[in-house]
Design a protein around this ligand. Structure first.
Ligand SMILES: Nc1ncnc2c1ncn2[C@@H]1O[C@H](COP(=O)(O)OP(=O)(O)OP(=O)(O)O)[C@@H](O)[C@H]1O
Ligand SMILES: [Mg+2]
Length: 366
């Protein structure tokens, strides 16, 4: 008798994913979500392209949920199988098709009949398998290894990649005909840094999720922590943000996450991202700097940054103070304000104590 490969409990899987809220706050993201939902309602083979952690699998599951297809959602990571195994895994095999194949087995394609097959990391598929996949897509039927009889299929295919398939095509590692067949509809998930309006809402969302799991009360983000999240580059995208918030909740002492609680491993990225356009693109005269600053502030406005005025002031004073090696006279001159006003600001942001002593040593000791 045919035996299906063992899958995790599909209903439990779908439920756990449904329970995961999706958040699309940035105008770019909400537009993208609408596009995804339009695509979902068609039966078109879909290619999702996005850097690691941008939510490709989440989108694939959403496409399935919104498609109205009654069958299961089956996710297969093409990079996770050895070359010899993946053939049988995808297409199934008859008894005796190869050594050790004592029983006939349906493959993932058959398992996803009536539903959606999600082929993750499609760029990892060997050229030989790409040919087979192309045939299945063209003929909408699958032939198990060792069988002659084709089995008709009703499967919606969604594939994902985080590698640039154009480059893979140029390098001869990916078939262009398969690329066009996969990408009948394509979804480009922008990196998190390009949809900055999602950063703080996602951070708050993950604070809610993980403070529940960690049985913490209500936890908020300090203005400076929010500014740090906004100016970080997020090379690991939403997954990294999720991890950073989870970790921050574990280490933060009170009910406010401070900038120090955020483990932003790519610190250089952060500095670069906040100031990169100024450092790299600005003419030496400093022309265009106010526009670039306005761009950053617009990002903060889009992101609903709380206490915007205070945050911007704090970042300005703190950055100048650090750049001037905590020399007050020099900082006041750079900022074009009196030393008295500077001292008031430094106290306000806890950069010096009320006794006027620089807090740098205290900070270092903390
Ligand atoms: N819009 C979103 N709203 C809420 N959570 C999201 C969103 N997008 C992604 N996530 C969360 O971020 C994490 C990464 O998402 P997902 O696994 O779908 O990304 P991926 O692009 O497939 O990553 P990888 O390339 O590493 O496989 C998951 O925990 C997911 O729930
Ligand atoms: Mg993934």
């Amino acid at each position: 008798m045919d035996k299906l490969l063992t899958f995790p409990d599909q209903s439990a899987m779908v439920l756990s994913i449904r329970a995961k809220a999706m958040l699309f706050h940035d105008p770019r993201s909400s537009e993208l979500l609408q596009q995804v939902e339009r695509i979902a309602r068609s039966d078109a083979t879909t290619l999702i392209i996005g850097e690691t952690g941008t939510g490709k699998e989440l989108i694939a599951r959403h496409i399935h949920d919104q498609s109205g297809r009654q069958g299961p959602f089956v996710a297969v990571n093409c990079g996770a199988f050895s070359e010899s195994l993946i053939d049988a895994e995808l297409f199934g095999h008859e008894a005796g098709a190869f050594t050790g194949a004592t029983q006939a087995r349906a493959g993932w394609f058959e398992a996803a009949d009536g539903g959606t097959l999600f082929l993750d990391e499609i760029g990892d598929l060997s050229l030989a398998l790409q040919v087979k996949l192309l045939r299945v897509l063209q003929e909408r039927q699958v032939v198990r290894l060792g069988a002659r009889r084709p089995i008709p299929l009703n499967v919606r295919l969604v594939a994902a990649t985080n590698v640039d398939l154009h480059k893979a095509i140029e390098a001869g590692r990916f078939r262009s005909d398969l690329y066009y067949r996969l990408g009948v509809a394509s979804v480009n998930l922008p990196p998190l840094s390009e949809r900055a309006g999602d950063i703080l809402p996602l951070a708050r969302h993950f604070i809610g999720v993980y403070s529940g799991k960690l049985k913490r009360g209500q936890v908020t983000l300090s203005a400076r922590a929010g500014a740090a999240l906004l100016s970080y580059e997020w090379p690991g995208n939403i997954r990294e943000l999720e991890n950073v918030i989870h970790f921050a909740l574990i280490v933060c002492r009170g009910d406010v996450i401070e900038a120090e609680d955020l483990k932003l491993t790519g610190i250089s990225h952060r500095r670069q991202s906040a100031f990169q356009p100024i450092a790299n693109d600005a003419p030496p005269s400093g022309e265009g700097l106010p526009q670039q600053l306005a761009g950053l502030i617009n990002r903060m406005i889009d992101a609903d940054h709380p206490d915007l005025f205070d945050s911007v002031e704090e970042v300005l004073v703190r950055t100048a103070f650090n750049a001037c090696h905590r020399n007050q006279v020099h900082t006041a001159r750079v900022l074009g304000i009196s030393r008295n006003i500077l001292r008031t600001q430094l106290k306000r942001f806890g950069l010096i104590g009320f006794d006027g002593v620089s807090a740098s040593h205290r900070e270092l000791l903390q």
